[in-house]
Structures are given as structure tokens and as C-alpha cells.
Design a protein around this ligand. Structure first.
Ligand code: PLP
Length: 312
């Protein structure tokens, strides 16, 4: 397991991207999506120190929480399988339990997690909201016994420590570091590891102003960061035809796949900011590809039904 997580390779790829070239900025993308096929992107970083601790402390079961298309859930199931942990997923939405075979048939994320042996506990949205309460936790322990608990989205102190390893000494050369934001765990690690002369730009994938204060609570006291809230497309997992078209055109142009929930929105936002002249000529911008591509399979089921389009 130590060897698996001590992956020292750096996948920095210079983007050949017309938007950047026309506006004289340099964009390089860090391909964290290539770290591992299934324990991908920032979820690899967030799991690293948690799984090492779970193993060291003698746990044989991991329990975590997520929505039905969660990248964190998929990564936890795959990593658990690889390293011999039993995995339990507490899933938002008890309607999914009604016809389990049909749920698996329609949901590639749960199918993958199931394939890796994850046991599911489906709970109502109301109950799911109470998942951090003492009572809920006590009930889980009664039902499942001893387990190492990973929070929803995988964000905790050890996850942030893992995300601090995304940046390497070579990356000090960049002026800006851009990434998608969900719970804020990943950007917290990036901020901690960034240099004073760098500016970290986070693109939240969801609506709400709670993130700034939550991130402040997770980071070292630093001020070289900013959240850009203009590109959430109406909220978490909300998408538009324009966004999907952008993702497909970006892939055609650069050969780099993006996901629709996180990295697609971030890159759409970055393109817009570059076009508007937000970066001065010669700026060096590092973009973190945080992975999440497994989510496109589930998103495509929805996109085909609703818009008759799909992410290629
Ligand atoms: C989970 C995820 C994020 C969000 O990470 P946080 O640490 O929750 O902010 C960003 N990008 C992708 C692809 C993800 O799967």
C-alpha cells in the first residue's frame, strides 16, 4: 500500500489550447486523473494517509458516505478492494434500495462500487442529513461493528495532508494554480503547499457562500487564494448543453477528457476569464485535473435522456 501511494511521477502536460495562445498565457495541466484508473485524481491523495492510518491502527473495514454518483465512493470501494478492506457505503436516497438490480443497471458508479465488494446502506435524504449526529453514528456501529470512518467527500486533516503532495517543487514556477472545489479539502492542501508569489483560484462546483469560511478553518493562515463562484452552472451536478459542448470541444482540441461536475466547469470558467483578459500576458497557469471521469458514465445516462447528447 505504501508503494502504491508513494507514486512520485509528475504528469504535467503543456496545453495546446487556442484560448491560451490567442491571449498569450501559458497553461499547463497536472494530470492527477492519470494517477490510477479507479483511485483517481484528488481522491487518491485524500485516501492516502487515511488508509495508511486505518491499516496501521488495525481496522479491516472502511465506512463512508456519498451520493449515488460520488467519485469518493467509487475510489473508496476500489482502494478498499486493492488493500483488503471491507467497504461500506452509506448512500443518500432510500428509493435506490427499492429495486437494487435496476439501480445497479442504471448507475455505473454504484455498479463499480458493488463490483469491488462495497456493501450499501441506503438511507432517506432526511436521515442522510443527520449523518454526522452521535445517534446516527451509534446506530451504524451497532449495525456494522468497528470501522474506520471517512467523511462524505473524504475531507479531513489527513486528506488535506495528502493533497499538499499534489504540488511539487517544480510547480513553484507558476503564477496561478486553478482547481475545482467541492468540500474544499483539496484546495486547502494546495493553498498550504503553495508559495506566497502564487495565487490559488478555486472554482466551486456548488452554490453557497459557506465554503470560504470552511476553507479558512482548514488552512494555514494564508491569503493568496480566491474562490470564483461564477461557474457553478446552477449548483452541484447541474449542467447545461453549453457546458457539455465545451467539454467535448476541449477534448477534440487537446485530447484531454474533463468531467461534467468539477473539472469541466473549472476549465469553462478559466477559458472565460482568459478571454476577458483577467490574466496579464505571459502569465503561467497551472491547472489541476482532479479526475472524476468515472462520473461521466452516470452523467451520460441522464444527458442522453434529457438532451439527447453525451460526453464523448
Ligand atoms: C471530489 C472532487 C473534487 C472536489 O474536491 P474537494 O476536496 O471536495 O473540494 C474536485 N474534482 C473532482 C474531479 C472530484 O472528484
Amino acid at each position: 500500500m505504501q508503494d502504491f501511494f508513494n507514486n512520485k511521477s509528475i504528469f504535467n502536460e503543456a496545453l495546446k489550447w487556442a484560448v491560451a495562445e490567442e491571449n498569450s498565457v501559458e497553461v499547463v495541466i497536472k494530470r492527477e486523473d492519470l494517477l490510477h484508473h479507479e483511485v483517481s485524481g484528488n481522491k487518491f491523495r485524500k485516501l492516502k494517509y487515511n488508509l495508511l492510518k486505518a491499516k496501521a491502527d488495525g481496522y479491516n473495514t472502511l465506512l463512508t458516505f456519498g451520493g449515488a454518483f460520488s467519485n469518493h465512493l467509487a475510489a473508496t470501494a476500489a482502494a478498499g478492494f486493492l488493500f483488503g478492506f471491507k467497504t461500506i457505503g452509506v448512500i443518500r436516497g432510500d428509493e435506490l434500495a427499492f429495486d437494487f438490480a435496476q439501480t445497479l443497471g442504471q448507475n455505473p458508479t454504484l455498479r463499480l462500487a458493488h463490483h469491488y465488494g462495497m456493501q450499501f446502506k441506503f438511507v432517506s435524504r432526511t436521515l442522510y442529513r443527520l449523518k454526522n449526529s452521535a445517534n446516527f453514528s451509534a446506530n451504524l456501529h451497532t449495525e456494522f461493528g468497528t470501522f474506520y470512518e471517512l467523511p462524505e467527500g473524504g475531507t479531513n486533516d489527513l486528506a488535506i495532508k495528502g493533497c499538499e503532495e499534489i504540488l511539487k517543487p517544480q510547480d513553484d514556477a507558476f503564477d496561478y494554480i486553478c482547481l475545482a472545489v467541492g468540500t474544499g479539502g483539496t484546495i486547502s492542501g494546495i493553498i498550504n503547499a503553495s508559495q506566497k508569489h502564487q495565487k490559488v483560484l478555486g472554482f466551486p462546483a456548488l452554490k453557497g457562500n459557506f465554503l470560504t469560511s470552511e476553507i479558512k478553518n482548514m488552512i494555514k493562515p494564508k491569503v493568496n487564494w480566491q474562490l470564483i463562484n461564477d461557474y457553478n452552472f446552477g449548483g452541484y451536478a447541474k449542467v447545461s448543453k453549453e457546458l457539455i459542448t465545451f467539454i467535448n470541444e476541449f477534448k477534440t482540441e487537446t485530447n484531454i477528457p474533463l468531467d461534467a461536475v468539477y473539472t469541466g466547469k473549472m476549465m469553462f470558467g478559466l477559458a472565460d476569464l482568459i478571454r476577458k483578459g483577467s490574466f496579464k500576458k505571459g502569465s503561467k497557469i497551472l491547472v489541476i485535473h482532479t479526475g472524476g471521469l468515472q462520473g461521466n458514465n452516470g452523467m451520460n445516462v441522464f444527458l442522453k435522456k434529457k438532451y439527447n447528447i453525451e460526453i464523448r
